[in-house]
Design a protein around this ligand. Structure first.
Ligand SMILES: O=P(O)(O)O[C@@H]1C[C@H](O)[C@@H](CO)O1
Ligand code: GUN
Length: 285
């Protein structure tokens, strides 16, 4: 488990290596690493060269930290995130959020690939996350377990306002302006640990408890980011339909997940590129 001092060291090391003082952090979901291409004057670092950073092990997660400028906003982008199923300790999964905070990041945009549970959703839909269900949390898996370091945040942080409502509205407006009305959604994301995809009975249960999409990430990062006071906006790309019916041969595959990411890359990039300059930061840069 990284200590506060180790987090400080990593943040200082990263600031030392390159000229950007990022105000915005972006996390790329499976197959969505192309978002990093939005950044200009890039300075790219491999996770393997960054002190205390875990390594990416999943196809579609390059394992690179990219600094750069997006229409004037200094950004840091994780091209590759960490998942519980890779065997990382939960506090390693959220370590980059602490590093973001210590580098001065104010707002985090997280993205993921998810299965659509809501029967009205189609593959290729972009779902603005309005809330989450931390199902592993029900079984005692929460990134804030263990001693609390007050330098990051409160022992008992609220999560009822985890997903910034102003940013949700902004994203919806931008999406409509870009002509995405037909495939922009707003819904509840539920995380599971993976790596197995869900059974039919599990998908039915998740839908009944109020989830619109299911994935294997994001929630832990969001909890950590909110704990240390960053604003959070997140969206899911619905890469596949969750299988809800015994009368079908349909099944989830990582290949389909990556393919849908490729197919929608252009629209996702336009959404983020249009949104970012409209996000007010408290610091000037
Ligand atoms: O990092 P994300 O949540 O986008 O990745 C999802 C969950 C699994 O890692 C993978 C399954 O295809 O996609
Ligand atoms: N758990 C889960 N994660 C996903 N990531 C992309 N699609 C899915 C899915 O159907 N289920």
């Amino acid at each position: 488990i990284p200590t506060y001092e180790e987090c400080k060291n990593t943040a200082a090391w990263l600031l030392d290596q390159q000229p950007f003082r990022p105000l915005l952090g972006i996390v790329c979901g499976s197959g969505l690493g192309g978002l990093a291409d939005l950044l200009k004057d890039q300075k790219v670092m491999s996770y393997s060269e960054i002190p205390h950073f875990p390594q990416s092990t999943v196809q579609g997660h390059a394992g690179k930290l990219v600094f750069g400028s997006l229409k004037g906003t200094p950004c840091v982008c994780m091209q590759g995130r960490f998942h519980l199923y890779e065997g990382h300790h939960i506090q390693k999964i959220t370590f980059p959020m602490k590093i973001f905070k210590l580098m001065g990041v104010e707002t985090v945009i997280l993205t993921n690939a998810a299965g659509g549970l809501n029967q009205e959703y189609n593959v290729g839909d972009i779902m603005i996350i309005k809330d989450h269900i931390n199902l592993p949390g029900f079984a005692g898996i929460n990134p804030l377990m263990g001693p609390n370091d007050e330098r990051f945040g409160l022992r008992f942080p609220a999560m009822s306002d985890a997903y910034d409502r102003e940013l949700q509205q902004l994203a919806e407006k931008v999406a409509i302006d870009l002509g995405y009305k037909e495939f922009i959604r707003r819904g509840v994301y539920c995380t599971l640990t993976g790596p197995s995809f869900e059974t039919i009975a599990e998908c039915r249960m998740l839908s009944m408890i109020g989830a619109d999409a299911v994935g294997m990430s994001t929630v832990h990062e969001v909890i950590a980011a909110r704990h240390c006071g960053m604003r959070v906006f997140a969206f899911s790309l619905i890469t596949n339909q969750a299988v809800m019916d015994y009368d079908t041969d349909m099944k989830a595959t990582h290949d389909e997940v990556l393919q849908t990411g490729k197919d929608r890359a252009h629209q996702l990039e336009a959404l983020v590129a249009t949104m970012v300059p409209l996000i007010k930061q408290s610091k000037t840069h």
